[in-house]
Design a protein around this ligand. Structure first.
Ligand code: NAP
Length: 369
């Protein structure tokens, strides 16, 4: 396979279109790998041409960052590697300022990550999760200070509301801060909510989307079945969860899995490869973060860009997985637009501009891939 690279958002940073996730590095959370498997996955990923590593300060209690830093140092590839890590989660129970997105925690967290990673700079530093509190002004000013101090190179946001990301980007633009180059978000055939707000924002305002859980935590590999009550993988541990983000065993998702299985069979590819290919070639996606607990899984997933999904099959995947737009996107369609324009103009732009964002019954009409 030949790994290809995109620039991240409007930045000049080149990242491979498949990134390696490290949330499975370490067994502390009950679903990860041992050190030798993690190292073998880094080796296989680098040998396939990958350069983009995603981690976070508190993945597996810090083990993920520590091992990643060690593996990169062992290979002598710090300059070549693009390391993304994140802050937000609390590192010290009982101390509210050892977590969150305030300046005090960001400055604490960045030094702790640099130490665990054994490096003196982070290529992409991301806010991990919205804390519902800290103003975007405080986050963006602190991130810009870190760029100026040479501790980080680029800035990203993960798991924030779209309005918060838009405000952060506007503040950066108006105040001359380092802009948001990446949005790290859940996206897959089973979870397409980001298409309504984040994809238009990212493509218009220069934030490349880094996809997490592209296989819906393994569901789209096809190894879980509606009637199964077994031990297939991580999702078995979430069967009784009340958190909506982890409830993957739904009627809608089983329909997606069934259609994906047929299409994968027609293409002669694994279901995981097709699901990963689909999301990697959606508008706005800069890189898809691969997760694996076994080397064989990673090897399968690394072949995901070696083929194309023909339009007719893509349309079937789209039809079974489409998320209906909610208000106000459900309201903006062509009937309303005709009343806006008095039926006089189409709203088309000259060639070379980004296409209009409105189509009947959907949020975006960015069809180019
Ligand atoms: N920013 C955030 O909030 C956030 C959140 C989550 C993840 N992430 C990042 O995104 C990365 C990927 O997320 P994810 O692990 O949830 O991704 P995913 O691709 O949805 O799920 C990966 C899991 O699916 C199973 N799997 C993967 N490939 C398979 C294959 N070919 N065949 C069968 N099973 C397969 C494995 O788990 P089992 O072997 O246990 O089944 C693997 O750990 C993480 O490592 C992390 O870096 C970020």
């Amino acid at each position: 396979m030949t790994m290809t690279y995109y620039t991240l958002g409007n930045s000049g940073l080149r990242v491979s279109r498949l990134a390696l996730g490290t949330m499975t590095f370490g067994t502390e959370w009950g679903w990860g790998t041992d050190r030798e498997t993690a190292r073998a996955m880094v080796d296989a990923y680098v040998e396939a041409g990958g350069n983009f590593f995603d981690t976070a300060d508190l993945y597996t209690g810090g083990t993920a960052e520590t091992w990643l830093g060690e593996f990169i140092a062992e290979r002598g590839m710090r300059d070549k590697a693009v390391i993304a890590t994140k802050f937000t989660f609390n590192a010290e129970p009982g101390n509210p300022n050892a977590g969150g997105n305030g300046r005090k925690n960001i400055l604490r967290a960045v030094d702790a990550s640099l130490k665990r990673l054994g490096t003196d700079y982070i290529d992409l530093y991301l806010l991990h999760v919205w804390d519902g509190l800290t103003p975007a002004e405080e986050v963006m000013r602190t991130m810009d200070d870190l760029v100026c101090a040479g501790k980080i190179r680029h800035v990203g946001l993960s798991d924030v509301p779209a309005w918060y990301a838009a405000r952060a980007q506007t503040i950066a633009e108006l105040r001359g801060y380092e802009p948001v180059s990446a949005l790290e978000l859940e996206y897959s055939l089973a979870e397409r909510s980001i298409e309504h707000e984040f994809v238009p924002f990212g493509t218009r305002y220069g934030a490349g989307i880094m996809v997490w859980s592209p296989l819906a935590s393994g569901l789209l590999s096809g190894k879980y079945r509606p009637t199964q009550d077994g031990n297939a993988g991580r999702l078995d541990g979430f069967r009784n969860t009340t958190h909506p983000g982890f409830q993957k065993f739904t009627e809608r998702n089983w329909a997606i899995v069934a259609e994906l299985e047929k299409i994968a069979s027609e293409l002669g590819r694994s279901m995981a490869e097709v699901a990963l290919n689909w999301v990697a070639t959606q508008p706005g996606v800069a890189s898809v973060i691969l997760g694996a607990t076994k080397l064989a899984q990673l090897r399968d997933n690394l072949a995901a860009l070696d083929f194309m999904i023909p339009d007719a099959l893509r349309a079937r995947l789209d039809a079974v997985s489409k998320t209906p737009p909610s208000f106000p996107y459900s309201y903006f369609g062509s009937e309303i637009q005709a009343r806006v324009t008095g039926d006089a103009v189409t709203g088309d732009k000259p060639a070379g501009y980004a296409p209009p964002l409105l189509v009947e019954g959907a949020a975006v009409s960015i069809t180019s891939r």
